[in-house]
Structure formats: structure tokens, C-alpha cells
Ligand binder design. Structure first.
Ligand code: GAL
Length: 677
């Protein structure tokens, strides 16, 4: 039987999406409709100078493509397609459906999205649609059909870019049309009202439903809303967008069966509206948009996490970085420009972690509109600018490392990632607002990265496979099957690190009884009797000199041994870290949010014990990631630090041509071909 990675591989091979452009993809969103046509020839010349080979167009262009209902104007797009083809640039063609034209709101106001307080979101920005609207469905598919037929055999067409960042601005719609769709979705899920009443725990606060028509989206209510209803509404909203994607995809597959189809995900810390595991097998290949947070003093860590997670969604296959920025964005409170060299480090870090290219938002910086202060490949200052020079440099660097295309990452450690646990753990009325799912997963990802490992991400409930170490961070919403795969992994000799906040509730968000950790208690050899969140800023000490904050737990040892003990705080004298031998493997349980040093110390100890210590540990502030090709491997060394690094490994740096022990300048990047890899 094929596993998921094989299936992805097969689809990827059949579609050969990364064979649609030479070398690695390089380019970005291109919005020529914002400029007089006289600028276009300058664009093509600059694209040639930079080495651009792929651009995404028409993503938000519905209003230009269909200025009145049923009247299509493709002339301008024909000229853009032809012009790009003439410039040797391939096209990732948007289906234009991300933003409906203003006439849709005027003629069909019921298509507008509505917030939880029933505020209507009016036209004037973008993504102004309700995903459950049958009118939107019909009109968007009509546009896709037209586009698909018109460009089916255009030589520039390389791939389809369906919609844009589903759920970015209109993630949940609470209108009456959505309410009806939500009820249909609930009937499918629960079949009977009794089952729904049970799952939603409607005996609490007298919420029992006696007719499907009584059920509403979780609109603003007098106080805390039913948490299971909230989770189900998120699941429903996810599925509505997925249905939109599938509907467009089916039109495209019918008309252009050989053109690969993607939609750009938002695997980024601040976005959690979609459960991307439910999407991962749907496009022909995975693409992602990623932006740094200006408030983050170590943004490359978050980038590494997201790039690894995106590779997980791609089943380990190469994926495509569809958007990132050359410098500042425009949508944060303080939009910090990238330092010289930072853009190249960022692009290379995505490629190191599996992207077969580096695309940007956007090609030419807008003169007008909300994004005029968003950096681009060609900035307001024009060609004579630091940013454009770096863009040209990056284009050159990507040509030099083109042979890495198609190579993959091999990892011995994996982390379970669960969007539903993220959703559920953020609900109101929890023990503390400081429990942060992403913080927990980031802490362990960073420690593993710093110790020289590249972490693969896997979905909950799927067999763990050949990994040797598995991290289970804050897996709040856990069912029997989720626990069974972890149990099997440990029983067969694996090592697991399980953290606090795991196995608190089941899929209905009902608490596991008899001690948290629920079905995983036997594996961890402990039972969690009570949680003890800490006051804001409060720290407790551990008997090995470490600290913890935010969250502590009262843990009872069953078969596990205590390794580190709380020295102070509400559970002083009780275990903070426990170790349990289970079958042929070992499970570690961490009952608190440890400080960064303690996480690192623990991870290093576990890696040592499991025989997984990396041969060469990256110096501080340096990322080291290997992509394996046929009979060779490529070591990416990304130096975020202020000093040059010398490593003991050697090979040929594809960027400089230098052979021998690897050395990388401060702020620089090395991509080293290791012949014996
Ligand atoms: C993305 C979006 C792009 C652009 C970019 C700016 O979310 O897909 O169209 O707006 O952000 O950072």
C-alpha cells in the first residue's frame, strides 16, 4: 500500500510541477494592471537582469477581467501573458477569485462576509465574500472556466494559483447563509440532535437544542460561548474554504489536466484559521507565504519552524515559497526593513528546508493603495537601489545552486503538530491565557535545530514511521488513535518527549477523566492530577538550577522516575521532568514551561541518551540543514551571527566555488556540495 509521501511523490512526478521552470523558481507576484503598459517592457528587462523565471499574476484581478457581470476583458491579460512569454518568464496564473468585483456586492449583497457581531464587511478592501455563498460559487467558477479555456494552451502557463491565502481576511462568516450551511455540516457530522447535544455538552447552562433550526453560528453572546460549538464552527469554516478550492480545482483539472494546481498556504505564526493537514493532499504541490514579524528579535527561528512545517504538509517533497518580502512589510505596527543580507539568508533558509524556489510579494512596489509601503523586488527608488542589487545577487545565487532542485531532507526527529489543539487551547475560560501552543512547539523545535537536527512535522494520528525521536508538544486535544500511534512508536524503541498540556481533552473538547494525559498515561508513566498556572511574570525554580514560568502541574508518578523536581512554587517537591521506560522505548514527560536553557539542556540530554547527538553542532546563531540529492548532499550553512564561522566539514561551496573546510562570513550563506553525502 502506498503511504502518503509516496502518493504525493506520484502526483508530484506526474505533474512535474518543479520541472515547469528552469532551475529554482525565482520571481514574485506581478501586478502589471497597476501600471501603464509603457512600464511593462521595463519590467521584462529588469526581470531578465535579475534572472526571474516565474511570476504570479491576476490573483486579485477579477474586477479587471470581468468589469460587468458576464462581460469578460482578457485583452490586457493576453498581452501580459505574451509579454512574459517573450521575456522567457513562466506564469503561475491566478484564478482571480480571491477578491470579487464591486458589482457583486451591489447586485448580490448576500455574498458579503459577516462578522460574529453581525457587522457586514463591505467592499473596499479585498476577499469580500462569504465562502458558503452559492452566488459566489457560481460566479467564481464561471470566471475560472473562462480563464482555463482561454489560457489552456498558452506557452507561458506553468501552473494555476487558485484564489489567494484562503481565510486570510474572511476566515469565518456568521451570516444567515453560513448559518444554514453550518447546520447542514452539523447534520452530516452528528446525524442526530442527541449526538450533537452530547458532543456540545449542552446540558451545561441549559443550551439543549430541540431542532436543527435553533442552532446558530457562535455569534456574539452574553458571555462565554460553548467551546465545542466554537471548535466545530472553525472546522466547518475550514471545510467551506476547502470546498471552494476543490470546486475551482475540478474546473481546472477538467480543462487543463496537465497544468499543476496550487493554492498558497499561510504557515506563519500569526495565522491559524485553517487546519492545513486537511488540505495537504489537495493541491498538486504545496506552496506557502511567509513573512517575518518585525517584533521578533530572532525571526529566523520562526521562519525555520514554518518552513519545516510546510515541508511536513508536502509529505517531505519539495514545495514552493510563493511569497516572502525583500524587506519591510506594510501591515505590522512597525514595519522593520531587512538588514543587508537578511533577505538572501531568508530565501536560502526556505530553500534549505525544502522549497524549490524563492518568490516574493511583489515584483514592482505599488505607487498607490494599501501596499505602497510594502517592499518589493523593484522598490520605489527603482533599479539603483540596495534592494534591487540584492535581488540581482539572489537571482545569481539561485542559478549557482540550481542543482539542489528536487533534493530532499532526511530527518531522524519529528514533531506532532495539531491545529485543532492550537484552536482548542486558545478557547476562553481555560486555566491561563498564557498557555500558548505555538510557544511550546517553537521551544522544542528551536532546541532541536540548535543541536543540529532538522525537524520533520507529522500529523496527529498517523503512524510515526522511522523517526527515532518524537516530540509531542501541548497536544491538548487527543483521541485514542492519536495516543495509540505514540504508544506504538515508543513500544517499538522510539524516544518521545511529551509536554504539559497534552491529552487534556478529547475531540469533543471534553476533559479526559482520571488524570490528564488521558490515553497516554501508560506511555508517560505519570498521571496529571491538577494544573497550577502561575501568575503573570512568576517564576519557579527547579532542583537542577533551571526555571519555569506560565504553567506547572501536579504530577503523580505511576511507573516513571522523577528526573528534575520543582524546588519552589505550588508543586514544590514534585516532579517537573519524568522519564518512563515503555516497551522498548522511553517517554519523557515535562510538566512545566521550562526556560530556554532548560529546554536545550533537556533536549541535549535526551539526544545523547538516544544516540542522536549531531556529528557537527551548529555554532550559535548558525543554521545547518542538509538536502540530499542523488549520491551527494548539500549542506546549507546560514550564518545569522556577527562573526565568520569555520566548520570541520568540507566540500565545494556552490556560491563561491571554494573547496575545502567550510567557512561562511558573518551574515553570509554557504551551500556546500558534499561529494560523499
Ligand atoms: C499576503 C498576500 C499578498 C500581499 C502580502 C503582503 O498575505 O497574499 O497579496 O498582500 O501578504 O505582505
Amino acid at each position: 500500500m502506498l503511504n502518503y509521501a509516496d502518493i504525493c511523490g506520484k502526483v508530484g512526478e506526474l505533474m512535474n510541477w518543479n520541472g515547469k521552470f528552469d532551475g529554482l523558481a525565482f520571481g514574485g507576484d506581478y501586478n502589471p494592471e497597476q501600471w501603464p503598459e509603457s512600464v511593462w517592457s521595463d519590467d521584462y528587462e529588469l526581470m531578465r537582469e535579475a534572472g526571474v523565471n516565474l511570476v504570479s499574476i491576476a490573483i486579485h484581478s477579477w474586477a479587471q477581467l470581468e468589469p460587468e457581470p458576464g462581460r469578460f476583458e482578457f485583452g490586457w491579460l493576453d498581452r501580459v501573458m505574451d509579454g512574459l512569454h517573450g521575456a522567457d518568464v513562466r506564469v503561475d496564473l491566478g484564478t482571480g477569485t480571491a477578491t470579487p468585483p464591486p458589482w457583486m456586492a451591489r447586485l448580490y449583497p448576500e455574498t458579503l462576509p459577516v462578522q460574529e457581531d453581525m457587522t457586514v464587511l463591505w467592499p473596499g478592501a479585498r476577499q469580500t465574500y462569504c465562502p458558503s455563498s452559492p452566488v459566489f460559487d457560481e460566479l467564481s467558477l464561471r470566471l475560472v472556466e473562462q480563464l482555463a479555456h482561454r489560457y489552456a494552451s498558452h506557452p507561458a502557463l506553468a501552473m494555476w494559483h487558485v484564489s489567494n491565502e484562503y481565510g486570510c481576511h474572511n476566515a469565518r462568516c456568521y451570516c444567515d447563509v453560513s448559518a444554514m450551511a453550518f447546520r447542514r455540516w452539523l447534520e452530516d457530522r452528528y446525524v442526530t440532535l442527541d449526538r450533537l447535544n452530547d458532543a456540545w455538552g449542552t446540558a451545561v447552562w441549559g443550551q439543549r437544542y430541540s431542532a436543527w433550526e435553533e442552532i446558530m453560528p457562535p455569534r456574539v453572546a452574553p458571555t462565554f460561548r460553548n467551546p465545542t460549538q466554537m471548535i466545530d464552527f472553525r472546522r466547518f469554516s475550514n471545510d467551506e474554504f476547502l470546498a471552494r478550492f476543490r470546486a475551482e480545482r475540478e474546473v481546472l483539472r477538467r480543462v487543463t489536466p496537465d497544468i499543476p494546481i496550487t493554492t498558497n498556504f499561510m504557515v506563519i505564526r500569526h495565522f491559524n484559521e485553517l487546519d492545513y493537514w486537511t488540505w495537504s493532499e489537495e493541491p498538486d504541490f504545496i506552496s506557502n507565504d511567509h513573512y517575518l514579524s518585525g517584533a521578533d528579535t530572532n525571526p529566523h527561528r520562526e521562519l525555520a519552524f514554518c518552513a519545516d512545517l510546510t515541508r511536513g504538509l508536502a509529505g517531505g517533497e519539495p514545495w514552493l515559497l510563493m511569497e516572502h518580502s525583500t524587506s519591510a512589510v506594510n501591515w505590522q505596527p512597525r514595519n522593520i526593513a531587512k538588514e543587508p543580507g537578511e533577505m538572501i539568508r531568508n530565501s536560502m533558509a526556505h530553500i534549505a528546508r525544502g522549497s524549490d524556489g524563492a518568490l516574493f510579494f511583489q515584483w514592482r512596489q505599488a505607487r498607490a493603495g494599501s501596499e505602497k509601503f510594502h517592499s518589493s523586488m523593484v522598490p520605489h527608488a527603482g533599479r539603483e537601489s540596495r534592494v534591487f542589487r540584492e535581488v540581482v545577487e539572489l537571482g545569481g545565487a539561485l542559478r549557482k545552486i540550481a542543482e539542489v532542485k528536487g533534493s530532499e531532507i532526511e530527518s531522524r526527529v519529528a514533531m506532532i503538530y495539531d491545529w485543532e489543539s492550537w484552536w482548542a487551547s486558545e478557547a476562553e475560560c481555560h486555566p491561563t491565557i498564557d498557555f500558548n501552543y505555538r510557544d511550546i512547539s517553537h521551544a522544542y523545535h528551536h532546541a532541536l535545530t540548535a543541536s543540529g537536527h532538522t525537524v520533520d512535522f507529522i500529523a496527529p494520528g498517523v503512524p510515526v514511521g522511522d523517526y527515532e525521536l518524537l516530540v509531542v508538544p501541548g497536544f491538548y486535544m487527543m483521541n485514542e488513535q492519536d495516543a495509540a500511534v505514540i504508544r506504538d512508536f515508543v513500544a517499538a524503541g522510539g524516544t518521545a518527549i511529551i509536554t504539559y498540556g497534552t491529552g487534556v481533552a478529547d475531540d469533543d473538547d471534553h476533559a479526559w477523566l482520571g488524570g490528564y494525559l488521558g490515553p497516554l498515561r501508560d506511555v508517560a508513566g505519570v498521571s496529571v492530577e491538577e494544573v497550577h498556572p502561575l501568575r503573570q511574570g512568576e517564576q519557579v525554580t527547579l532542583d537542577d538550577g533551571g526555571n519555569a514560568d506560565v504553567w506547572t502541574e501536579r504530577v503523580n508518578l505511576v511507573t516513571a522516575d522523577s528526573v528534575v523536581i520543582f524546588d519552589s512554587g505550588p508543586v514544590a517537591g514534585l516532579p517537573a521532568i519524568a522519564r518512563n521506560v515503555s516497551g522498548s522505548g522511553v517517554a519523557w514527560y515535562v510538566a512545566a514551561k521550562l526556560d530556554e536553557r532548560s529546554v536545550q539542556k533537556l533536549v541535549d540530554r535526551i539526544l545523547d541518551e538516544a544516540g542522536l547527538a549531531a556529528i557537527e553542532r551548529p555554532p550559535s546563531g548558525v543554521e545547518m540543514v542538509r538536502r540530499k540529492g542523488e549520491g551527494t548532499s548539500y549542506l546549507f550553512v546560514i550564518n545569522h551571527s556577527n562573526s565568520a564561522v569555520e566548520l570541520s566539514v568540507s566540500g565545494t561551496d556552490l556560491l563561491t566555488g571554494r573547496t575545502g573546510p567550510v567557512s561562511v562570513a558573518a551574515g553570509g550563506v554557504g551551500v556546500v556540495r558534499e561529494e560523499d553525502g
